[in-house]
Ligand binder design. Sequence first.
Ligand code: HSE
Length: 431
Amino acid sequence: MREMKVGLAGLGTVGAGVVRMLERQAASIAVRTGCTLKVVAIAARDRTRDRGIDLSGMRWFDDPVALARDPDIDVFVELMGGDGDPARASVAAALKAGKAVVTANKALLAKHGVELAALSEEHGASLRFEAAVAGGIPIVKTLREAMAGNHIARVSGILNGTCNYILTRMADEKLSFDLCLADAQRLGYAEADPTFDIDGYDTAHKLSILTSLAFGTKVDAEAIYVEGIRSLTLADLEAADDLGYKVKLLGVAVRTDEGVEQRVHPTMVPKHWPIAQVSGVTNAVAVDGDAVALTLVGPGAGGDATASAVVGDLSDLAAGGGGFAFGAPVAALVAAERAPMQHHEGGYYIRLAAVNKPGTAATIARRMADEGISLESIVQRRPERSRSDEPASVILITYATTEAAVRRAVAAIDADGVLASVPQVIRIEKD
Ligand code: HSE
């Protein structure tokens, strides 16, 4: 039987999970692919750490680039992370040496995906990255292969397990943001630097890859409008709940007359939408094709989910799978335009801390009217200690309007001196 020799760089939770899964599924993969997959060499930082796996038959490399070039491996698996070296250098070295690469590294692909795809083409070496987006959900394969016959209008989803975990626990258990983030880190969902998760960049990295696969654009995370979840408060989540919504951090790529709009931001979605019911670390991706619209839901972070996607890619390679990294030759990919968010149209949730004095409500209503914004609902909550000079919480829900109009209205209200703190604005998606 054919044998495919694997060199693996990065032996954290995912790397160790891949080694275990390849052992556990060895017989099944061999039957399916007619090829045995064998990890023959490893590169990791600490040789002495006990990872609960037997590394005795594997050669050890301190330098992942040397491993990537090693003539005795057929495929290089990069699980180190980070958008710079050694991840970039080792993936490039493997491709240049004509070896297939499997990576879970979304940050690397978001920044250097086009350059690496070009190397893959030039050297006839496959580049696979199912694990880079939405963990265990096979969305890369779905877009690159299964939905190739569709004209896609929109791809959207919950792409960061850490944020969804935080928002779910805050809303359900009325817990603080900091406590939920600490738990996500302890459970191994969060990035090494969790600001990547909570400020939306991890979602943007993943979205840039999905956009390329769905719309034939060059991967470009810089073209994405990004807002994270840091400013969301329990008050926002509770108000959303009262109004019939859940708040989710969504990544959205949508075809518009002005190009493909890519954006990442907290979004209020009606509670009855399937995506609103996706909780905890679970991810979901919805694809609207002209022939097929579907939503895939599954575990988006954690060792087993990510290892499952890596092993799926390895199994494809063992079976002889090829194809372009982003579903089309690099020369055919078009540049991604930056989203003109000012033109974004939709409903808005606006929470204002309004100075509790006569005329404030009238000022707010007038500024909204000046911008032609129609209000669907307006709720003013009494300050905690009535008759004090504490600000009142005013929550406005608008009918469809533009981002530009909302920004102008809020700036004008602020300039009128009736606000006690920075306003909160959340975009609403509805039927
Ligand atoms: N930090 C990421 C998340 C891990 O929370 O989704 C998976 O990419």
